[in-house]
Design a protein around this ligand. Sequence first.
Ligand code: IMP
Ligand code: MG
Length: 187
Amino acid sequence: MEHFVSEDEKLDWKNNINVLFSEEALKKKVSELGYAISKDYKDRNPILIAVLKGSFIFIADLCRRITVPVIFDFMAVSSYGDSMVSSGVVRITKDLDYSIENRDVLIIEDIIDSGRTLNYLVKNIEARNPKSIEICALLDKDVPGKFKNKIKYKGFDIPNKFVVGYGLDYAENYRNLPYIGYIENIS
Ligand code: IMP
Ligand code: MG
């Protein structure tokens, strides 16, 4: 059994978090995104593809602000392990359950950092011949030399800091914070 948090860390796990987006700010933004998506996909029945694990809270809130019928599928990729530095390797650890051929696909991402993961995913999904493919990302990090991706629905641009909460983790911790913040002394 792996231990992710030491007893010392458990005691002050929230004390060094600087809040970037409050619960209220997230709620408002997610509503706006849901509204825009519902308008654009009127009379369509898109498949939402969330990228695990980080997107699980975002998609859970977002889908309840979408007023057109949707179906869900999930993919899991691993690119970072437990480190904060990109390894450069994107590996599919869980593939889609359904065929997406001739479907309207909306990829739901928690955060785009280098853009490498998304770039890989879009190519992979495009190869399966969907009718359309768009991206919805809650956060887009300002990093130099980013892979270019066309983000149709974007929540917030953020500075180049390591953020946690609302599904986002640091070594699997902090995902259950209801807000998004960055950890003091870590960029
Ligand atoms: P990219 O391939 O560099 O764009 O990395 C994307 C993935 O790295 C995201 O889906 C996250 O899982 C993870 N990631 C990147 N930046 C952060 C961060 O600031 N906090 C938590 N996870 C992050
Ligand atoms: Mg992650």
